[in-house]
Design a protein around this ligand. Sequence first.
Ligand code: T5A
Length: 215
Amino acid sequence: MSLAPIRHPHFVTLEGGEGAGKTTALDVIREALQARGHEVVVTREPGGTPLAERIRELLLSRHDEKLAPETELLLMFAARAQHVREVIRPALRRGAWVLSDRFTDSSYAYQAAGRGIDEAFVAELEKRVVGIVPGLTLLLDLDVREGRARTAGRDLFPDRIESEHDDFFERVREGFRKRAANDPQRFRVIDASQSPAQVGAAVERAVDAWLDTQA
Ligand code: T5A
């Protein structure tokens, strides 16, 4: 595989902390793409293939044995390798658009910024195992406590990662914001503290503008 990850304009990702509202935004993006007549493959990480979904279960369920940060990172990339080969590349090759709820930016934010793993290690895995970068990434940016309040109302049993402390999620948020600031061509940062309708409208504007550049 080439060592330079390729940016694909028809690959769109959604990123953000816990409870940022990615589910609603996903529907808005799918509808905007379909309205222009595109085939859209909607997928998610970790997961997106039967095997990768099994790895997701391992990653999100609670275990008596503590998962080492490196184990967590490598499992994320094991799932991603499968996802890229089985779903993302074949869809892009046949001309579809791919919309993924999280991708490699989440590993930089959660495993590098959050857990303290060396970013260069994540970058090496990205080059060797993934090889593809989204053309457009929407970052739903939200205050950590607000995001947690939203998911607290929904999740009776928080998963393994959701159970982390606020300072972990503060580092994750900063990790995302730093990546967005370093790559303004790819990222659009959306203020996710707005009402669902306002977030939806901002997402729609960003995607429409991107689609105009691809027409
Ligand atoms: N992970 C993932 C890593 O650590 N590394 C990686 O490389 C990858 C790929 C995935 C976990 O894995 C981690 C990150 C995650 O911890 P997940 O269940 O997919 O697990 O977690 P999330 O992606 O965070 O999913 P959530 O459901 O928690 O967040 P969403 O999808 O952003 O939020 P959503 O849309 O479900 O909304 C949450 C609640 O808020 C309300 C909704 O109604 C819902 O109840 N809401 C709003 N309320 C007020 N105003 C708004 N604007 C609202 N928008 C939504």
